[in-house]
Every structure is written in structure tokens, then in C-alpha cells.
Design a protein around this ligand. Structure first.
Ligand SMILES: *Cc1c(COP(=O)(O)O)cnc(C)c1O
Length: 809
């Protein structure tokens, strides 16, 4: 046990946590993991006893009642709370416990004033909404309030009670806040009493909550057990009985919390007995979960001994992670990680810092690395970390120096929880959080440091922009293949040789004409979440006028007419808007159950086939919000512009945030046509083979057009970055910019299996401004002359391609 590290964990890890086999799990602040012994013990209990709904007379009910009474005591003892002085109310989670306190305070005569610490979780922040007055406090504010004897909130004079809430540990950066505030707050009361609400959710997972001194204990403590044991999904509100009366002022009653209720001629009820938990536990108890808690506490003790031991173990690992990340330097010796968690505290066995490391990455030029991009690469390498706002609005804003006006501006610029872009005006809007749990090991920590080192440390001092040297201002290529994806995110269909294929303003004919939508949410499904979509293979039978669909490895098939017959669809009123990449579109869903069953069965998701209405406009049209990015260097736009009306529109920057180019693009995400350059693919595959990976096929990039040089040696890989215009056969196309990639390209299109290539090698060779690019967006430029050909523009495999490129010399 040198340094507090518990080597026993390594011995039990494989047996107890088989789900961690290939994963590096560093999101214990999200939830920790349940052990195999816990699940087995719980199952054995369930299988060998007959448990009924508690509080009736039957033996099965009595058994539940008795067990639950024992478990209440056991939980209180776990937190060293004297059952004579504390009561425990079981809740769905910590948030439900907070709401229960809020409900009672709202119903209190005179209402309440509310002060909450800046590091509070969103669930604590929301309590302000029913307070008479509220205020967010930082450390200094708290100290000032406690030492001055002033009101918690300025006009608190009017309210009947004060409530002061804060987390025992921040879920964002792991900071542990002073518990000494509690008794001081209690004695601070001016006129109306001050109560304390301690959110111990993050704290209890790796530290001993000690309620042995009721005088210094919080009045109300909330926590979630899944954060301690991984299971059950259950929370608790622990109440110091001396302060509990105010909770009985809650007006609501439900089944379980009353003895007698009259409804008809008279409205009257008698609340249940004396105990707080009886008055506050609405409805049936989550009794199976409470029973699981018994097993959870026992098994946890067997595996880990005491919370103190876990505290030491996790503090050791957090220190190691902190030191490891801090030691990473770019070649120019600038640090890679910007830390938001405090380090030295770990050394004092984690007294003021929990095992959570919040940080961000910078490149060698000091620019932020996007959180969402780190998450994508981490996901591919099977690291489980969390990033973004972490449900801790005050803490994140404070450590990132975000001002309220900036947050509002970001919000109106499209930033939301979980959105793609996280850097605005040079400020990053989220953090990366790696958190450690009882079953974490040194190898988890070391693997994560190695991951950051591998991908984010710039090992040479050469400048960021990798210029493509000596690019030709023109070149000769041919169309090697043409592919359409009739159903968005499903398998592709190669255009046969010697076939002219129509090019439309919105892309190649029949490309992403259909999609699959979730029957519940109406969201369009994508391969990123449903890799098996790759196995769905559409074919177009022009003779019979049918779209036929089968799936790899099955003989079953379905067919729908190519003609868009309104009778096939659900009535228009029933059509709910679908969403593709966040934008609302209207796709018409097919009504026939056998069609929808076919897809639902393959994907094991309740989904429906939908078709985008032809020639849609207005609400039914999805406009292009071109997600193309400039990288390497700013590009001047070519004078030719794609559009749908045959006139030249003024050039617009391809990366502009505003929707300037309005083009119908139907369901094809992001751009009408995607092209890739064979020599770039070859260069990428060379990189992949250097690390022993499997070469990527063109299909993973879901390109429509693969361009290859007849003599492959004379075209530079990635010269497409500089192309401005392509002539394919008789048609002109304008290049719109590079295509930004996510880990969806790691899905093998033949097997639907995921691995880490080609994303990992791309990340090493084609990362600009922390985004990863491969392939180019382009769109058709209609001819100005109205001819037969201009009314039916086509391209075919084997067409000659002429490139115009910007001059890079
Ligand atoms: C996880 C967490 C919560 C929310 O817990 P729920 O179980 O989702 O209600 C609140 N506060 C902190 C500090 C947390 O870590």
C-alpha cells in the first residue's frame, strides 16, 4: 500500500469488471461501475426471496418492509449518522432529493431566500427559481457573509427562511469545499433561520461522508448511490431530524405519505406518522433498488475495505494523472494541458481535492484544441472521458473566464449543450474531465497520458500549416468510380460503367433520397450510432421502377416504388419533422408496416423508411448550412458559384457561419457531392500500413466521386486542398472546401465492425485547427447556355477531369 495505491485492485479488476476489458474508463464522476459480485449477490437475493410491495400485511410485503428498515439503518451507519438524530429519505437520485427540499421551502410560510455556491451542479442552481430572492456566491462572498452577520441574500428580510446550498465536491474540477461552512451558516441566522443543503453526490464516491457530529452536520444532504457503487440507480436525502420540521410543510401528499384521505363531500387528509421519510417518500418505494443497496454496501466493503482506502488510492492516481499531463510539452516547450483542477491538495490525501482532473489542451501556438474533437478521437481509442459544460455552469464559466454576455452570444451563435462547436472568439466553452474511481488502476492513468502524448503533443517545431509543396495549377484525372447512397447512412450503390448519371443541383440523382427515422423521436438515423446501417444495401431497378433493399447475410428483401406515390405515405398531418444534423426537415414516412419492420429488425431500433419530398421548398426543404471549413490558410473563393437558378451569386466564404448559400440539398448532409482523390487515399493507407493497420477502402468516406490519375505518380496527395474548379466530362463543379470527419469513418462497410482506423492515422496527418479532414465538398455549376445537355447534365465513370487550382507558389 505504498503511497496509498491499492495493488489489490489490479488483482480483482479482470474478474469483477469484465466490461472494462478493452476500455479505459475515466468517467467515474458520471457514474462508477458495478462489480460482478454485486450483481450476483443481488440476483441471488432476488431469486431466493419473495418480496412484495412494502407496507401491507402479507408475509412477502412484511419481508420487504423489514429489510428496508434494516437497510435504512445500514446506510445511516455507513455515513456514521446516529439514527436517533438523522433520517434517510430514499429518492430517485440526488436531484429528486434537492427538489424535495425545494418543494418544502417553497411551501414554507414567507417563502425562502436562496444562496448557492458558484461550483454548484445545475440541479442545485434550479432551486433558485422558486425562491423569493437568490444569489450565486463564490468563496469570498461566502466568507464575507459568514463573518459579517449580514443577510444571505440582500433583501432576505422578507423571507421566512434561508437556504444555503453547495457541493461537498465540485463535479467539474473535483475541488472539495469547506465543510466548516455548515455550522457557521447555522449560527449566522439573522431573524429567519438558515438551513444548509449539502450536495454530496460527487464527494461520496471517493471519500467518507462523516455525519457523526450532528452539530456540524448539514441539515439536508443529498447523494446518488450509483456514484458510489455503480448500482442501484437510487438516491437519498439525509435529514438532520432537528431541522426536519420544515420539510413537513410540503403541501403535496401522495400514496404512501398519508394515512387517511377524504375526497368527496369533504376534502381532508391526515399525513402519515412522525417519521420524515414516511411523509416524504411519495408512492411505492423503489424497493428492489433499496434491496440492491444492501448487497452494494456489503460487496463494496469486501472489495475495497474502507472509503478512506479508496480516498488514498484515487488520490494517488489523480496525482499521477495530474503530474503526467502537466509534464507534457510541445517541442517549443510550451505546455500541452491547461489545468483547472488543483494539484498539491492530492498530497494531503485528498483533503481538499477529489480525484477529478479538469483540463483543456492547447496546440504549440497556444490555440485551444476543441473538446468535441478530443472526444471523437478518445472514443475511437476507447477512452471514456466527459467534456463540455458538465452540468456545472458557474464552475465552468469561472474557470474559463466566460462572461454572461459571452455565454449569451455563444448561445445565439448556435452553441448548446452537446453541440459541435466549442470555441468562440478565441475562448473555449467547455472542459475535458477525467475522473478516477475505486477500480481505476495505474495502467488506466498511464494509457490516458500516453494517448494525449501521442495525439496532442507536437513533437517538432515546424509550423502548423503543412503546405503542399509545388502543387500544379492544373492536372489531369479521370473518374474512377461514382457511388450514390440512396438511403442516407446506408450502403452505397456503384454507378455501372457506361452509364450517364444525372447531376442535380442537390447532388447526384437518387443520392440520399430516402432516410431512416426513429419512430419515437423522428430523428434521422446515422451510421455513427447504428453501424449496422452499413449492411443495408439498396439497389435501383429502373426496369421495374423499384428501390430494392436487402441486408448483407440475409435473403429477405423489400421493394418500394421509385415513383413518389402519396398513397404510400402516412397522411401528411401525421408527418413529424425529421432532423438531420440538428436541422428540421420534413420527410414523408412510409405507412406499410412490413417496410418499417424490415428495417427495424435489421437495426434492432424502431424505425421507419422516409422519403424526402421531390422539389420541396419552404418548410420541406433543407437548406445547406455548409459545414465546410477552411484550414491551412484562408482561401479566396473562386468566382464561379453553385446555385440553383442559373445566375451567378456573389462569392461567399465557404466557412461562413451564416447561411448564405441556400441550395436544396435534401438529405445529403453538408454538401451536394463529396469527392475524394485516390492519391490522397493511397497516401493515407501508406500511413496506416506503417502502424500495421488495415487499409481503408474508399467506401468508408462515403464519397460520391473517386478521382484517380491515369498515371498515379504525377498527382500530389491532398492537392485537392487547392482545387477551385473541376471539369468532369462536360460539367463544371465548384469546390467548396474540405470535409470534416468524425469517427463514423471507422465503420467497416462490409462487416459493420468498428475499429480505430483510418481515423487515428488521419488524426496524425490531416488535423488542422484540431479538426480532421478528408475529401472535398463540391457542387455542380449549371451551364449558362440553355441546351439539351444543360437541362440534363450527366457524368459517367471514366470521364476526363480537368483541374483548376489556386496558385500556391
Ligand atoms: C452527479 C451529480 C449530481 C446529479 O446527480 P443525479 O443523480 O443526476 O441527480 C448533482 N451534483 C453533483 C455534485 C453530482 O456529481
Amino acid at each position: 500500500m505504498a503511497n496509498g495505491y491499492n495493488h489489490n485492485v489490479e488483482a480483482l479488476r479482470d474478474d469483477e469488471y469484465p466490461m472494462l476489458k478493452d476500455a479505459t474508463y475515466l468517467d467515474h464522476a458520471g457514474t462508477t461501475l458495478y462489480s460482478k459480485s454485486l450483481m450476483e449477490k443481488f440476483m441471488a437475493d432476488m431469486m431466493s426471496n419473495l418480496y412484495g410491495n412494502p407496507h401491507s400485511a402479507s408475509p412477502s410485503s412484511q419481508l420487504s418492509t423489514n429489510r428496508i428498515e434494516d437497510i435504512r439503518l445500514k446506510v445511516l451507519q455507513f455515513f456514521k449518522a446516529n439514527p436517533a438524530l438523522f433520517d434517510i429519505v430514499f429518492t430517485a437520485n440526488a436531484t429528486a432529493g434537492i427538489k424535495l427540499v425545494m418543494d418544502a421551502f417553497r411551501d414554507h410560510k414567507g417563502g425562502y431566500s436562496y444562496g448557492y455556491h458558484q461550483d454548484a451542479h445545475t440541479s442545485l442552481v434550479g432551486v433558485r427559481e422558486s425562491a423569493i430572492a437568490s444569489r450565486c456566491l463564490d468563496d469570498e462572498d461566502v466568507e464575507q457573509w459568514l463573518s459579517s452577520g449580514a443577510f444571505l441574500v440582500e433583501d432576505g428580510l422578507k423571507s421566512g427562511a434561508n437556504l444555503f446550498a453547495y457541493p461537498a465536491q465540485s463535479n467539474m474540477d473535483g475541488r472539495r469545499l469547506p465543510l466548516s461552512w455548515i455550522p457557521r451558516a447555522r449560527s449566522s441566522s439573522v431573524i429567519s433561520p438558515t438551513y444548509t443543503l449539502l450536495d454530496a453526490s460527487a464527494f461520496v464516491s471517493t471519500a467518507q461522508l462523516d455525519l457523526s457530529n450532528a452539530d456540524t452536520a448539514p441539515d439536508f444532504t443529498v447523494l446518488s448511490f450509483y456514484k458510489m457503487f455503480g448500482f442501484p440507480d437510487l438516491g437519498a436525502l439525509i435529514v438532520r431530524k432537528e431541522s426536519g420540521a420544515i420539510l413537513k410543510e410540503r403541501k403535496y401528499f401522495g400514496g404512501g405519505t398519508v394515512d387517511v384521505v377524504l375526497c368527496n363531500k369533504e376534502q381532508w387528509h391526515a399525513p402519515k406518522g412522525d417519521s420524515l421519510h414516511e411523509r416524504l417518500e411519495d408512492g411505492s418505494l423503489p424497493f428492489h433498488s433499496i434491496l440492491a443497496l444492501d448487497a452494494a454496501i456489503d460487496v463494496h466493503k469486501t472489495l475495497y475495505g474502507s472509503m478512506e482506502q479508496i480516498a488514498q488510492h484515487t488520490a494517488f492516481l489523480a496525482q499521477r494523472l495530474y503530474d503526467g499531463l502537466m509534464s507534457l510539452r510541445h517541442a517549443n516547450s510550451d505546455p500541452v494541458c491547461e489545468m483547472y483542477s488543483h494539484a498539491p491538495a492530492f498530497k494531503k490525501s485528498g483533503k481538499s481535492q477529489g480525484p477529478i482532473i479538469a483540463f483543456n489542451l492547447r496546440n504549440s501556438q497556444g490555440a485551444w484544441v476543441s473538446n468535441t474533437e478530443v472526444e471523437k478521437l478518445a472514443a475511437v481509442r476507447k477512452f471514456h472521458v466527459r467534456s463540455g459544460g458538465l452540468c456545472n455552469p458557474g464552475g465552468v464559466a469561472a474557470c474559463l473566464g466566460l462572461e454572461p454576455w459571452e455565454m449569451r452570444k455563444n448561445f445565439s451563435a448556435g452553441f448548446r449543450c452537446g453541440a459541435e462547436t466549442d470555441i468562440y472568439s478565441g475562448k473555449i466553452t467547455g472542459v475535458i474531465r477525467a475522473s478516477i474511481g475505486a477500480m481505476s488502476t495505474m495502467s488506466d492513468v498511464d494509457a490516458f497520458i500516453a494517448f494525449v502524448n501521442e495525439f496532442y503533443v507536437e513533437k517538432t517545431t515546424s509550423s502548423l500549416s503543412k503546405e503542399v509543396p509545388g502543387t500544379h495549377s492544373s492536372g489531369q484525372l479521370i473518374v474512377e468510380s461514382l457511388t450514390i447512397y440512396p438511403i442516407k447512412s446506408c450502403g452505397g450503390l456503384d454507378v455501372p460503367l457506361n452509364t450517364d448519371w444525372e447531376v442535380r443541383p442537390e447532388g447526384l440523382a437518387w443520392d440520399r433520397e430516402w432516410c431512416l427515422v426513429h419512430q419515437g423521436t423522428g430523428q434521422a438515423l446515422s451510421q455513427k450510432r447504428h453501424p449496422r446501417m452499413a449492411l443495408i444495401r439498396p439497389e435501383i431497378d429502373f426496369d421495374k421502377g423499384l428501390l430494392r433493399v436487402r441486408s448483407v447475410g440475409s435473403i429477405e428483401q423489400i421493394a418500394v416504388p421509385l415513383s413518389s406515390n402519396p398513397a404510400l405515405f402516412k397522411s401528411f398531418n401525421a408527418t413529424q419533422p425529421s432532423r438531420v444534423c440538428g436541422d428540421s426537415i420534413v420527410a414523408h414516412t412510409y405507412a406499410r408496416p412490413e417496410i418499417n419492420d424490415f428495417f427495424s429488425k435489421i437495426l434492432d431500433v424502431p424505425c421507419a423508411l422516409a422519403r424526402f419530398p421531390a422539389g420541396g421548398s419552404g418548410f420541406s426543404m433543407r437548406h445547406a448550412k455548409a459545414h465546410m471549413q477552411k484550414h491551412q490558410k484562408p482561401k479566396s473563393n473562386s468566382s464561379k458559384t453553385c446555385h440553383d437558378k442559373g445566375t451567378l451569386a456573389p462569392p461567399t466564404p465557404p466557412d461562413s457561419d451564416t447561411e448564405v448559400q441556400k441550395r436544396p440539398i435534401l438529405l445529403s448532409n453538408e454538401s451536394p457531392i463529396l469527392a475524394i482523390n485516390r492519391s490522397s487515399l493511397d497516401a493515407l493507407n501508406e500511413e496506416i500500413s506503417k502502424v500495421g493497420g488495415k487499409p481503408a477502402s474508399a467506401s468508408v468516406f462515403r464519397a460520391n466521386v473517386v478521382l484517380a490519375s491515369p498515371q498515379s505518380e504525377n498527382l500530389e496527395p491532398y492537392s485537392e486542398d487547392h482545387w477551385t474548379t473541376l471539369r468532369i466530362g462536360e460539367q463544371i463543379f465548384q469546390m467548396l472546401g474540405s470535409c470534416r470527419r468524425c469517427h463514423m469513418i471507422c465503420i467497416d462497410q462490409d462487416t459493420a465492425e468498428r475499429n480505430d482506423q483510418p481515423f487515428v492515422s488521419l488524426a496524425k496527418t490531416r488535423r488542422f485547427d484540431s479538426k480532421i479532414f478528408f475529401g472535398s465538398h463540391m457542387c455542380h455549376v449549371p451551364s449558362k447556355d440553355i441546351t439539351k445537355m444543360s437541362q440534363f447534365p450527366t457524368i459517367r465513370v471514366g470521364d476526363l477531369v480537368t483541374i483548376e487550382a489556386e496558385d500556391t507558389s
